[in-house]
Design a protein around this ligand. Structure first.
Ligand code: GLU
Length: 380
């Protein structure tokens, strides 16, 4: 399958832009590159695709603002540089995207936000809202508040987590290398670019080791790119590694410019359901009547009317077990009401929910957020 299909067919695309592209040798933002790239993004948006950008450059731009030069920085200095540079970074994106009529929004994430379920759900809800409003989220790690031990550390992996967060079908890593080579092309004239990787095998990973691991300026070399690709692949997202310095890098790869595509191992939907099904500690349980159990098994949403009892304490968005009248777990799902409200509406028809608790969020658990026991290999 050519790259064209992966990019062309994706509903949501996450694009990672590295510092080397964004920040010129003088330490200032690369306005011309950004303006050109914004036109490339506008083309995707005009085709009806949603885009998210993961942008590095805060530390690099902050160095200049704070007069830190090119020397090695201590962690507090890096954090200070990130704090000073992040606003310059956003200004650069606003100046580039504004002329195309796009609003952008700063989203700063930490590793906790992608690993703690409640924070993950929160971040996801915010990013979904931004996308539904037509905004282009510009994501970076919240470097100012994270220490070395708890950082994601590089935006390659962060961008894969973002792709997972939003269920993107394509992740593009724009860097200063054309893709994955069989060996380091600067040393080995026989090295060839690998256009497509169906599965990340140890052999493929070995190609990213050694000298190739250091390829690319910025934090991440080829090894972190493949790690990002692994996260993305398991989340149902294809990864494209390509050179970002070309004019219109996304249009270029669609027109056949060199790139490496790492194929997804699943679909975003299946990955999302597996994530729900694999929840280690559901916060509560909903016992449903036979009719609702049958409806859930057919892939329908769980309505309050079919729920007999609510156990446990949980917040809106948390994972709960769905039990049939015999107490057997038939599914897990993310609940749309906190436990107190869930208890008050169970047994009620949808039309009566608002009168009971003052609002409605639709079904107790939406079909999209339900993972059936039979399909999701729930461990019990
Ligand atoms: N978050 C860092 C920054 O904005 C960049 C990390 C990376 O490039 O991988 O400066």
């Amino acid at each position: 399958m050519p790259v064209l299909n992966e990019l062309g067919a994706a509903r949501r695309i996450v694009i990672k832009v590295g510092s080397a592209l964004l920040v010129g040798p003088d330490g200032a933002a690369h306005g011309a590159w950004l303006a050109d790239f914004a036109a490339d993004l506008a083309r995707l948006r005009a085709r009806g695709q949603q885009v998210l950008v993961v942008s590095s450059g805060a530390v690099a731009l902050g160095r200049r603002r704070l007069g830190l030069g090119k020397r090695a920085l201590s962690l507090p200095e890096k954090q200070a540089a990130a704090a000073a540079g992040q606003s310059a970074l956003m200004r650069a994106w606003e100046e580039a995207l504004g002329p195309h009529g796009f609003a952008c929004a700063q989203v700063l994430l930490t590793r906790d936000d992608t690993e703690t379920r409640r924070r993950w759900l929160n971040a996801r809800a915010t990013v979904e809202t931004l996308l539904s409003l037509g905004v282009i989220p510009v994501v970076n790690e919240n470097d100012t508040v994270v220490t070395e031990e708890i950082r994601v550390g590089d935006n390659d992996r962060l961008s894969a987590r973002v792709a997972q967060l939003v269920g993107a079908e394509a992740l593009v890593l724009l860097s200063d290398v054309e893709g994955l080579y069989t060996a380091d092309p600067r040393r080995d004239p026989t090295a060839t670019l690998i256009p497509r990787v169906a599965r990340l095998t140890p052999q493929i990973e070995a190609m990213a080791g050694g000298a190739n691991a250091a390829a690319g300026v910025g934090t991440g070399g080829m090894a972190t790119k493949l790690e990002a690709a692994r996260i993305a692949s398991q989340a149902g997202c294809a990864t494209v590694i390509t050179l970002g310095t070309r004019s219109g890098p996304l249009a270029a790869i669609e027109a056949g410019a060199p790139a490496t595509v790492i194929e997804p191992a699943t679909t975003p939907r299946a990955a999302y359901k597996a994530w729900i099904g694999g929840s280690l500690s559901p916060a509560g349980a909903l016992t449903v009547d036979a009719g609702a159990a049958a409806a859930v098994a057919r892939g329908k949403s769980l309505l309050a009317a079919g729920v007999r009892s609510v156990d446990g304490r949980f917040d809106k968005g948390e994972c709960v077990r769905v039990l049939d009248p015999d107490g057997r777990e038939i599914a897990r799902g993310l609940v749309r009401y906190e436990s107190g409200h869930a208890a008050r509406i169970c047994g009620l028809k949808s039309a009566a929910i608002e009168a009971a608790i003052g609002y409605t969020s639709g079904p107790l658990v939406h079909a999209d957020d339900l993972a059936l026991a039979a399909h999701a290999a729930i461990s019990g």
